[in-house]
Design a protein around this ligand. Structure first.
Ligand code: BGC
Length: 755
């Protein structure tokens, strides 16, 4: 292997950049710092700025010289040492080809870092993140991220743009599929589980990758759920809702943070000093680096914050954005800005130091090709072990919303099952919207899953969900007219004992740039459902969707509803296992399901307002005239094939630093099942008003039939405090309500005084 420049750099001069580093974290960090500083001292300003540049993958790196678009420019810049990172280049061979140029043909041979959106798996896909979050199972979520890292690292990737830790409350926003839902406490725990899964215990291992907490900050609050829209929230929401999952990510040693498209208080996130310098790098002591979102640097011109791209470059660098993704702000302007004395070189040094540090931590200087093993790639993609993990995660992600009269699970010998809905026979949609690395047609369809349990079903499509081709980049067209399959479906339903209807959204109905104003069943599906219902009411509605849907009619009329989101590669197997009771569903909603879109944004941890109840029985209280206040299905809600009874709430507040709250939970339903017991508090009177309920603890466990368990939570300052409007975490004495139960709306309540 020719490693000329790379080795020369390592071994010449006063620098001894030994590849042998200590295993002790502190020592290792120290050694890496020394290496970073030594390397920085050798770099020209062009080479430094080069490290701050990330390009989108630009041509077949193993093929002939580039000719498309600005590929030649990127290629030339790469050869000059003017690129620090690529995104969207994948495949061991491709990555190796580019890495070889960086390492062997540039003056200093600094390896590239390769980023990709590995959001819920690479080839083998787990459920979409929102679905995984419904499991409330941190070990399973961590494992899912671990599997994603194993597959991604086998194709040359050493950095994922995940997890998205944005909190959001509006189901119209398409990206709700990519995060952990509406609650910052659950969201923080899930974000940390994902980071640990991606990064593992040793970032320098060949199968661990750097994680990226995104989008810093506030992207989840796009007004009216409209993609890329303005956000506007108060200080208390910033500190108590938006920031905590990011803080938890930093505490969990996340290596990178991505800023956001949106403005916060009139300042674009990419140019936001307060967020990036004061809070992230200052107050929280973040040691990794910040990447812009795609072109978010350049978009500061559109926002009206920078007059041109040069000024945008200045703002981004000064505000602490260390690497630019596809804005061409740094690559075209930052050297000039430094030379003109407008940007201090120390800003560039700081950014480059952070980037190099992560490259060292990944072990890229020790072996820049460690992620480029074609044999490993071949062996690991779609590996059986990964399929097993994806199936386990898919089981745990299903939420049983309704099961009247015990229609589910279906009996093993159930006769005459009708299966209706185009999505039942779809091997792609359930891979979700972020299936960037996976192959179309690789999901197990519902029909294929059912084949493993029964031969007693007949399928009729009923209606297509979409019309024409679909793809990631363009709008999808819904089928709003073609009902030619209704007749066959209705006739089939008529002669069947039970009807399984698989309805919902296509995978490309949600995700980035997929906001909707109607969050019902798209196209003619609602009509299909109602027509079938007229001839057979024994319907199991299997929903597949990337966001909460508002389905009041179904909730009122259909006896069984199973929320299956988009469950990834193993979708059909997991769904069929649940329908036939081979797996007892245990998921709980991480996001409220509204009754109608007009309720959005809707979330459980709301404020009381001054008029929370209809005390006077007139109209002057906080409500709608045409809709209830409550969601259709609340945060934390989800049924099981068994039932759990809660009793004996005990509160021991003798020690204010460790208040104990316990309940006895009994499985009373006759079959083994998993329950997620949730604890909510309300700080009754505080200097900054607190929500009417806040999740502050949960535990997931299995109980055999008739088995009981005492579940105990300990509340400390961390759970009982909050951020004031200056961003200080404070704990105030006073009365607290506490509720422990099976969802955010059902449990045993008590109170205590914090002294
Ligand atoms: C998204 C990011 C993503 C990036 C790179 C952007 O459009 O907002 O979340 O990581 O593209 O694909």
């Amino acid at each position: 292997m020719k490693r000329s420049n790379f080795l020369i750099t390592l071994l010449t001069g006063a620098l001894v950049l030994s590849s042998c580093v200590s295993n002790k974290p502190a020592e290792r960090a120290d050694e890496i710092d020394k290496k970073v500083n030594a390397l920085l001292a050798q770099m020209t300003i062009e080479e430094k700025v080069g490290q701050m540049v990330q390009y989108n993958g630009f041509y077949d790196a193993t093929g002939p010289a580039p000719s498309e678009g600005n590929a030649q420019e990127k290629y030339d810049n790469l050869k000059k040492g003017g690129v620090g990172s690529f995104l969207n280049v994948r495949g061991a061979k491709q990555v190796r080809a580019l890495q070889k140029i960086a390492v062997e043909e540039t003056r200093l041979g600094i390896p590239l870092i390769f980023g990709l959106d590995v959001i819920h798996g690479h080839k083998t896909l787990s459920p979409i993140p929102l679905a995984e979050s419904a499991s409330w199972d941190m070990q399973a979520i961590k494992k899912s991220a671990r599997v994603a890292a194993i597959e991604a690292s086998a194709i040359g990737i050493n950095w994922t743009f995940a997890p998205m830790v944005d909190i959001y409350r509006d189901a119209r926003w398409g990206r709700v599929m990519e995060g952990a839902g509406e609650d910052p406490y659950l969201g923080a725990k899930i974000g940390v589980a994902r980071i640990k899964g991606f990064q593992g215990d040793d970032l320098s291992a060949h199968n661990t990758i750097a994680a990226c907490a995104k989008h810093f900050a506030g992207y989840g609050f796009v007004e009216a759920g409209k993609e890329y829209n303005t956000v506007d929230f108060g200080t208390s929401t910033l500190y108590n809702i938006v920031l905590p999952p990011f803080k938890a990510a930093v505490d969990a040693d996340v290596k990178t943070v991505m800023n956001a498209f949106n403005i916060v208080n009139g300042v674009p996130s990419t140019g936001n000093k307060f967020l990036q310098r004061d809070i992230l790098k200052g107050k929280w002591g973040f040691k990794g680096y910040v990447i812009s979102d795609w072109a978010s640097g350049a978009e500061m011109v559109n926002h009206g914050f920078a007059a041109d791209l040069k000024e945008a470059s200045l703002h981004a660098a000064e505000a602490g954005c260390d690497m630019d993704m596809e804005s061409y702000t740094y690559v075209n302007h930052l050297v000039d800005l430094v030379e003109e004395g407008k940007v201090n070189v120390s800003i560039v040094d700081e950014a480059v130091g952070r980037i190099l540090r992560v490259k060292y931590e990944l072990g890229l200087f020790d072996d820049p090709y460690k992620y480029c093993d074609e044999a490993r790639e071949k062996e690991l993609l779609y590996h059986d072990d990964h399929q097993a993990a994806a199936l386990d995660m898919a089981h745990k992600s299903v939420v049983l919303l309704k099961n009247e009269g015990g229609i589910l699970p279906l009996a093993k010998d159930q006769k005459k099952i009708a299966v209706i809905g185009a999505l039942a026979d779809d091997k792609t949609s359930m891979l979700g919207s972020w299936r960037i690395g996976s192959d179309d047609g690789t999901a197990v369809s519902v029909l294929e899953g059912l084949n493993k349990h029964t031969a007693n079903y007949t399928y009729a499509k009923g209606a297509d969900v979409v019309a024409g081709d679909v793809n990631f980049v363009f709008h999808l067209n819904e089928n709003t007219t073609d009902k030619s399959g209704f007749k066959e479906a209705i006739q089939l339903a008529k002669k069947s004992e039970v009807v399984v209807m698989v309805l919902g959204e296509h995978g490309f109905h949600s995700g980035e740039a997929r906001s909707r104003t109607k969050i019902d069943l798209p196209g003619v599906q609602q009509q299909l459902l109602e027509e079938v219902y007229k001839v057979n009411q024994n319907i199991v509605l299997v929903l597949t969707n990337g966001r909460p849907l508002a389905l009041p009619w179904a909730a009122d009329n259909i006896p069984a509803i199973v929320e299956t989101w988009q469950l990834g590669t193993q979708s059909g197997n997991a769904i069929a296992d649940v329908l036939f009771g081979a797996y007892n569903p245990s998921g709980k909603l991480p996001m409220s399901f509204p009754r109608s879109v007009g309720q959005c944004p809707i979330y459980y941890n709301k404020f009381s307002t001054g008029r929370p109840v209809n005390a006077e029985k007139n109209v002057f209280w906080s409500h709608y005239t045409d809709e209830e206040n409550d969601p259709l299905y609340a945060f934390g809600y989800g049924l099981s094939y068994t039932t759990f009874e809660y009793a004996d709430l005990k509160i021991d507040d003798a020690n204010p630093k460790a208040i104990k709250v316990s309940v006895k939970v009994t499985n009373t339903g006759g079959v083994s099942g998993e329950e997620v017991t949730q604890l909510y508090i309300r700080d009754k009177a505080a200097s900054v008003v607190r929500p009417i309920k806040e999740l502050k603890g949960f535990e997931k466990y299995t109980l055999a039939a008739n088995e009981s368990k005492e579940v105990t939570f300990t509340l400390t300052d961390a759970e009982l405090g909050f951020y004031d409007n200056q961003g200080n975490f404070i704990v105030e004495p006073g009365m607290f309500d506490v509720m422990v139960g099976t969802s955010s709306v059902k449990g045993l309540s008590g109170s205590f005084e914090l002294k």
